[in-house]
Write a protein that binds this ligand. Structure first.
Ligand SMILES: C[S@@+](CC[C@H](N)C(=O)[O-])C[C@H]1O[C@@H](n2cnc3c(N)ncnc32)[C@H](O)[C@@H]1O
Length: 466
């Protein structure tokens, strides 16, 4: 069989593993491809590089320019072109890919610079060697118990040196010893050098500070419900985002917090008590079973949805996957993505809801951009809001509004891997394109109603959210 058959066959196997139609070994063997060893190596290597390939293909716009080329075939071809022994065969896809060779190589080079690596192999574990200990220590001040100024003074008295507000993420990466800064994006966050441990500190044990990664503090910060709002935290336990919402609400209004897991809810109860949260109502309930038209939820205007996900962005869990693990992971991803789509669709169905923030600690497009795109396609009355314009890492370029979303990673944002999207109900008569140009690409950004009416001081504090 010709080499062209090799790529098509490999792409078909990738497709079938995603559809849970078998393990890699079985599918390769059943393919009847004459050179089983060659096919197996190509499929396995493409799977190993899958996330890297996806990023390169997406940032080079390859699929937009080659409309007939599908992602899995693109992955095997780009793998062989950039990381393998070079494309085999002649004509067909080989000629097509050669046209894009320079751009693909440039995207690979850019990715290596971003991740500060020089060898291709180091991209495989972009976070290799990275551990939680290498990320800055983020400390969220809990205004229900204290003030930022008091916390800064406290740490100064403990011998720490306060360097003021950071102007960039890079500055956060240069902290050493007992230095600390105020974060450049989230004003309620203080940032300390890696390995600073406050788990035994009085402020932590008394709920004055919350130890929470910066990325995970983005959903509540971006949702930013006005005082007195009714908010749902759909998957709330162990409650870090619930306590952040309560802090933003200053314990006014109501937070309906749901979770399925009793043990996690028990932990949450302790944490919320410690954090001085009083505006919540916890329920051990499946969010999908919560009736949107129940009069109890008729005033819910804001929903935070942080559902179960693969957790692939969490630094400590970023292990290199073996080939078999990778394929079973693909199967699990499909199931998770289906669940996440249902959850987001359900959140958007609450009659009074105006803003929904969707987040995961996953790196996978299936759990992130794909879920949001699906929700927008099914719910024409919602649009994406472009959040934090100064945030460099945006959603993968998989649909036209994806850049409105945020991604986070240890290499680029000095956080765990994360994804956040903010969906907002359109005003009456607002069409999709209009909404997109206002929300994503224009300096003249449409502000949510509450922000327009907010005081100047309030506006200044929140001004960098959208
Ligand atoms: C990523 S964790 C949430 C973390 C939480 N938002 C925080 O910041 O502390 C996802 C949670 O969703 C819960 N969960 C999963 N399916 C659910 C469902 N159908 N309804 C409500 N909660 C669910 C899980 O038990 C888990 O606690």
């Amino acid at each position: 069989m010709m080499a062209a058959g090799l790529y098509q066959t490999a792409a078909g196997i990738l497709e079938r593993t995603q559809r849970q139609q078998g393990g890699v070994k079985t599918l390769v063997y059943n393919s009847k491809y004459p050179n089983i060893k060659q096919l197996y190596a190509l499929v396995c290597e493409t799977l190993r590089y899958s996330d890297v390939l996806q990023e390169i293909i997406s940032s080079s716009n390859l699929l937009k320019e080659e409309k007939k080329l599908k992602m899995n075939l693109a992955k095997v071809l780009v793998y062989d072109l950039l990381f393998g022994k070079g494309l085999k065969g002649s004509g067909g896809w080989k000629a097509t890919l050669q046209k894009h060779r320079a751009r693909l190589q440039a995207e690979l080079a850019r990715l290596k610079i971003r991740r500060k690596v020089s060898r291709n192999e180091d991209l495989l574990a972009p976070l290799a060697g990275a551990s939680e200990a290498l990320l800055p220590r983020y400390v969220r001040v809990n205004p229900l118990k204290t003030s930022t100024d008091d916390v800064i003074d406290y740490f100064k008295r403990q011998g720490y040196t306060y360097l003021g507000q950071a102007s960039s993420v890079q500055e956060l990466g240069h902290l050493s010893g007992k230095q600390f800064l105020t974060d450049c994006h989230v004003p309620e966050l203080l940032v300390f050098s890696p390995r600073t441990d406050f788990h035994q500190d009085f402020l932590y044990r008394s709920g004055h500070i919350i130890l929470q990664d910066k990325a995970s503090s983005l959903p509540a910060f971006l949702l930013d419900p006005p005082l007195g709002s009714h908010v749902i935290d759909a998957c709330a336990a162990p409650g870090n985002k619930t306590s952040h919402l309560a802090a933003i609400l200053k314990n006014t209004g109501k937070i309906f917090a749901f979770d399925l897991d009793t043990k996690r809810l028990a932990t949450m109860s302790t944490l919320l008590l410690r954090a001085g949260v009083t505006c919540h109502e916890m329920a051990n309930q499946d969010f999908l079973q919560v009736e949107p038209r129940d009069p109890k939820y008729m005033s819910v205007t804001h929903i935070l949805l942080d559902p179960s996900c693969s957790g692939s962005g969490i630094v400590d869990r970023l292990n290199q996957l073996t080939d078999d693990e990778k394929s079973s992971c693909e199967e699990r991803l499909l199931a998770l993505a289906a669940f996440q789509r249902k959850m987001l669709g359900h959140a958007l169905s609450f009659p009074a809801v105006q803003c929904v923030v969707y987040s995961t600690c996953s790196l996978h497009q299936q759990e992130n951009e794909d879920v949001v795109q699906d929700a927008l396609e099914r719910n024409g009355t919602f649009r994406l809001v472009s959040v934090l314009p100064s945030w460099t890492q945006r959603g993968l370029d998989t649909f036209s509004d994806a850049a409105c979303c945020l991604r986070a990673s240890p290499a680029e944002t000095l956080t765990n891997g994360f994804f956040v999207a903010l969906l907002q109900r359109k005003r009456e008569g607002e069409d999709c394109r209009e909404a997109f140009s206002m929300s994503c690409n224009s300096a003249d950004v449409e502000l949510p109603l509450k922000r327009v009416s907010a005081s100047t001081k309030h506006q200044k504090r929140k001004g960098n959210r959208v």
